[in-house]
Design a protein around this ligand. Sequence first.
Ligand code: UDX
Ligand code: ADP
Length: 463
Amino acid sequence: MGITKICCIGAGYVGGPTMAIIAQKCPQIQVTVVDLNQDRIAAWNDEDVNNIPIYEPGLSDIVKEARGRNLFFSTDVEKAIDDAQMIFISVNTPTKTYGKGKGMAADLKFIELCARQIAKVAKTDKIVVEKSTLPVRTAEAIKSILDNTGNGVKFQILSNPEFLAEGTAVQDLLNPDRILIGGDTTEEGQKAIQSLVDVYANWVSLDKILTTNVWSSELSKLTANAFLAQRISSINAMSELCEKTGADVNEVARAIGMDSRIGSKFLKASVGFGGSCFQKDILNLVYIAKSYGLTAVADYWEQVIIMNDHQKRRFSDNIVKTLYNTVSGKKITFLGWAFKKDTNDTRESAAIYVADDLISENASIVVYDPKVSRKKVLADLDYLETRSSDVNASSILSFENPYEACAGAHAIAVLTEWDEFITYDWQKIYDSMQKPAFVFDGRNVLNSSDLEKIGFIYKAIGS
Ligand code: UDX
Ligand code: ADP
């Protein structure tokens, strides 16, 4: 079937950018992105494309080009489902916060709601594409809901996991390492796979489009994220050993990265990985392994998370220890709150946990992030439920200007590797701070010798 109408349920960090690129590259296809969140849809439709709800370099230009031509954002979920031949599900699948599998399993309630809504509305055959990261065998559950509650129309379920990384989403979508499509081995399943291959073939060469069975596709996504996160926990484990032995983790990373079997990417020691995927997907993997009784497999992967939690805690402990064992009443300025540079996403950002620890030690935290508002910072802290919202609010300040944020601080902690931090006037910052002036660089991005020459006491990760 030549697809001419696509609907995507979920206008978030995955659905928004992915559909913008499909619309840009396939002008013959009408792409409608729907979401229950009216504010989010209103922001996607904002006349000024700089106000779209997701910050990704290059995205606003693409939205500008395609929006109103063949890219539409709407809250009319039912109409979009009814019209489309192919429906992508890109809703959030957070870790469960209640009941069985609490803190481990993926919460599939939003996925199930989508499936039920598709079943209710669809009057013609549809191809349903899972885009959200899901536990293995979710496609089967979606299929069962669709087949048993639908209007007798036929559904094909495909798994098409997203491998884009935030901050580089546009480039990752335009030039993917691979596109993975899982589907049924039946003739109808193969036809559905081909329809989706044809969509991507508008800009991706066929040798980069892999087709597998549904479960291999679902598990590949979890496996990819587990391997990537494992590399970070591995180098972070080495960073602690480097600090004790006099080795430098950047040198170690360079040395091992030149071994082509290891490779140089994802070896940057840091305050710990964040983001919406790594922790969630590994916990999910651990939960699945446990549910099959594979305790050794579950324990093996859980260690990646344990190491990451340790790295975040180690960073806040080091701040307290270095500031003479107390940060009570001291002002600590965070440069960066997002979980990485070039995104306004803060989900699972290490900054949240470091701030939470320091607030428990009665520190005052001041935040400057070029793309994150104080409202978001507060919401992130409140979500942890460590203390009342009022106490969080009185412990956190945020500034629009980094120099104001740093003035009078006892210490600066770099939590995100935003490029602009490197080129600040560090002498000016030093002059405005309490002395001795400390910098804790959780991203190893600042120039240690320049800072030390100015007079800072500079602490990096892993050296
Ligand atoms: C990740 C996967 O890379 C992507 O393929 C998948 O689709 C979604 O999950 P994302 O979470 O957006 O993407 O960003 P990523 O670049 O992977 O970074 C994740 C976290 O790891 C960030 O907090 C980042 O700062 C940290 N990181 C990354 C390191 O600490 N060191 C590194 O060397 C690389
Ligand atoms: P991701 O990073 O996976 O894209 P986000 O949280 O950024 O996650 O986006 C998911 C979006 O899906 C949210 O905007 C949410 O409002 C939307 N959503 C969740 N459930 C539904 C639903 N049943 N119908 C429409 N939109 C939904």
